[in-house]
Design a protein around this ligand. Structure first.
Ligand code: G1P
Length: 296
């Protein structure tokens, strides 16, 4: 069972400026909680018990968000606000730990994952979740992350979560080449190749890596030996291509919906989707929406 996850959160978030100037982009609010909390909740729901945040110097708000806030808790206790207190204390369940480690220099996603090596080690599989992307499985029986981690256990092969994107979009993503037909949702397929941000005319498919991975610890020595690739950065995709040649890699086709919260229209769409079904604010939000829809 995969119990550990790495969340790279060191990037500047330039696509979210000015919102991300003084707070990390991962702390931008979707309805009532920051983006990063949804991602940690997704990991916990899939069985992750140890989460490694790979941070940088301006990201302490993320660490504070998951830490105990003793003064606030004492104040809520004194005022008898027990529900709020319980909610805060359950933000991270007792059996889950959040650890952070710094990526001192921004050398790319592959390098960020490599920074977690001293905590994860080379002998154990782990998950990687890129917190720009929210995965919404509210319409599904099970979550994509849990299903993909279970597939890793069965197949003992690295898994990359993918979804079909518009062909105009392929140059924004890692793109995979499946061995056969495009798999059905919730299914995995062997890969014959993958490439980081290809031009449309050379892209092997329109199946894009969305930022959820299940990887063997053996990826660390490969990452260590990986030379800078696209954009002069150490690319996780390049290390995965080496891993594929050595021991095979599969793409898991997701069934849920993604929201790219690394850019404003993405987090606005996530806000619409999540607010409409929020138990406390949903009805009020829908009333607001219909008022604006009528131009009121
Ligand atoms: C990263 C990965 C890319 C993946 C994407 C998903 O790119 O390198 O393979 O498709 O995340 O969001 P980035 O968006 O950090 O440039």
């Amino acid at each position: 069972m995969i119990r550990k996850a790495v969340l790279p959160v060191a990037g500047f978030g330039t696509r979210c400026l000015p919102a991300s100037k003084a707070i990390p982009k991962e702390m931008i609010t979707i309805v009532d909680r920051p983006v990063i909390q949804y991602v940690v909740e997704e990991a916990i729901a899939a069985g992750i018990r140890e989460t490694v945040l790979v941070t940088s110097s301006n990201k302490s708000a993320i660490e504070n968000h998951f830490d105990t806030h003793a003064e606030l808790e004492a104040s809520l206790e004194a005022k008898g606000k027990h529900e709020l207190l319980a909610m805060l204390r359950n933000l991270v369940p007792d059996n889950v730990s959040i650890i952070s480690i710094r990526q001192g220099v921004p050398l790319g996603l592959g390098h960020a994952v490599l920074c977690a090596r001293p905590i994860i080690g080379d002998d154990e599989p782990f998950a990687v979740l890129l917190p720009d992307v929210l995965v919404d499985n509210s319409a599904n029986q099970s979550t994509d992350l849990a299903d993909m981690l279970a597939t890793y256990d069965q197949q003992q092969k690295a898994q990359l979560m993918v979804e079909e994107v518009a062909w105009e979009q392929v140059e924004k993503y890692g793109i995979v080449a499946p061995a056969g037909d495009v798999p059905a949702p919730n299914q995995s397929v062997d890969l014959v190749g993958m490439v980081e941000k290809p031009k449309r005319d050379v892209a092997p498919s329109n199946l894009a890596v969305i930022g959820r991975y299940a990887l063997p610890g053996h990826i660390f020595p490969i990452l260590e030996a990986t030379q800078p690739g696209a954009g002069g950065e150490i690319q996780l995709t390049d290390a995965l291509e080496t891993l594929r040649q050595q021991s095979g890699v599969q793409a898991y086709r997701m069934q849920g919906t993604t929201y790219d919260c690394g850019q404003p229209l993405g987090y606005l769409e996530a806000t619409l989707a999540y607010a409409r079904r929020h138990p406390e604010f949903g009805e009020g939000f829908k009333a607001l929406l219909s008022r604006y829809h009528q131009g009121g």
